[in-house]
Design a protein around this ligand. Sequence first.
Ligand SMILES: Cc1cc2nc3c(=O)[nH]c(=O)nc-3n(C[C@H](O)[C@H](O)[C@H](O)COP(=O)(O)OP(=O)(O)OC[C@H]3O[C@@H](n4cnc5c(N)ncnc54)[C@H](O)[C@@H]3O)c2cc1C
Ligand code: FES
Length: 331
Amino acid sequence: MGITVQIEPVDKSFTAEESQTVLEAALKAGITLKHSCRNGQCGECRAPILSGAVSYKKTESIKLEQSDLEGRTGLMCVGHAISDLVIEAPEVTELEGISVQKCAGRTMAKETVSDDVAVLKIAPAPGVNFAFKPGQYLDLTIKGYATRSYSMASTDSEGLIELHVRKMPGGAVSPIIVDELKHKAIVTIEGPFGTFYVRDSDRPMVMIASGTGFAPVKSMMQGLIASGNSRPVALYWGGRAKQDLYMDKLCQQWAEQNSWFSYTPVLSENTDAGWVGRTGFVHQSVVDDLPDLSAYEVYVCGAPIVVSSAKRDCIGLCGLNPDHFFSDAFV
Ligand SMILES: Cc1cc2nc3c(=O)[nH]c(=O)nc-3n(C[C@H](O)[C@H](O)[C@H](O)COP(=O)(O)OP(=O)(O)OC[C@H]3O[C@@H](n4cnc5c(N)ncnc54)[C@H](O)[C@@H]3O)c2cc1C
Ligand code: FES
């Protein structure tokens, strides 16, 4: 018999099997609890436990805090309910018409856009409508290799799913995707996952991307443009060198065509001859330009260090409401 998980204050409940994590069971029931990495690394799914308990299968490889160890909070992406459970999760979304699905896909195009980034286009199996919200990600599996997560850079009305993959030196999978994955290769895709998507509000938005963290931002921007957006959006895109900003021209075009959009490229290593733009940490440019973020929403995606620094300084130095900070760390 399943275990009942109750969510407060929204007063929703679902049933979880002991073999499922709380998040898996929630997604299966069509309830999206806040989450990002799904492997116990980023902390996005941490929720206060009001009653009951969760257990973890492998504590050594997940990032538990003292409150998790004491049972006051829990990581729902890796925690299994061991008794009826009541958790607090103020933001619970039921993504209408969007459910997690697993299907085959075929690589239809691959373009190398910098020394280490490939843009991949995947066609889901015929008949599959792979619906997602701009900003979400999927799990990609190439036969014989481990599964890895990649954010959609397209919108779901485009048919082909666009992914931006950076080759991690020494990585098990990304070098295979960038260097070896062939045209028309069959892969498995599962998703969508994640709660990194544009919230419905009037607040001006700051988007901070590092490297291929631009992928979900591109999807969000395409979604905003298609919906006739007029809400102010300021994008800061950081890379080590200019070639890391592999779609810089597209961002400049958006800025020319949309009065509500501004774009600030930032390089952390100023080694490009003739670069007269901003330099340093990408989140620092935001702190310098927008010292009062109390009225804003901030969306950050990319390297974990960029996400954690932006969170610390946007909230700690610029007065951002923590509930208005959204992120996907590429852990
Ligand atoms: C929600 C989410 C969305 C993501 N979206 C994207 C995206 O859109 N684009 C993108 O490029 N990436 C994205 N990622 C990251 C992606 O999922 C992979 O983590 C990335 O491609 C690296 O995979 P890999 O198998 O090549 O590296 P891994 O084999 O997982 O290794 C990662 C790094 O750790 C190092 N490493 C491995 N083992 C060890 C060890 N034992 N000791 C020390 N170092 C070690 C490797 O050298 C490498 O640098 C996302 C991640 C998440 C969680
Ligand atoms: S730690 Fe649970 S989603 Fe990242």
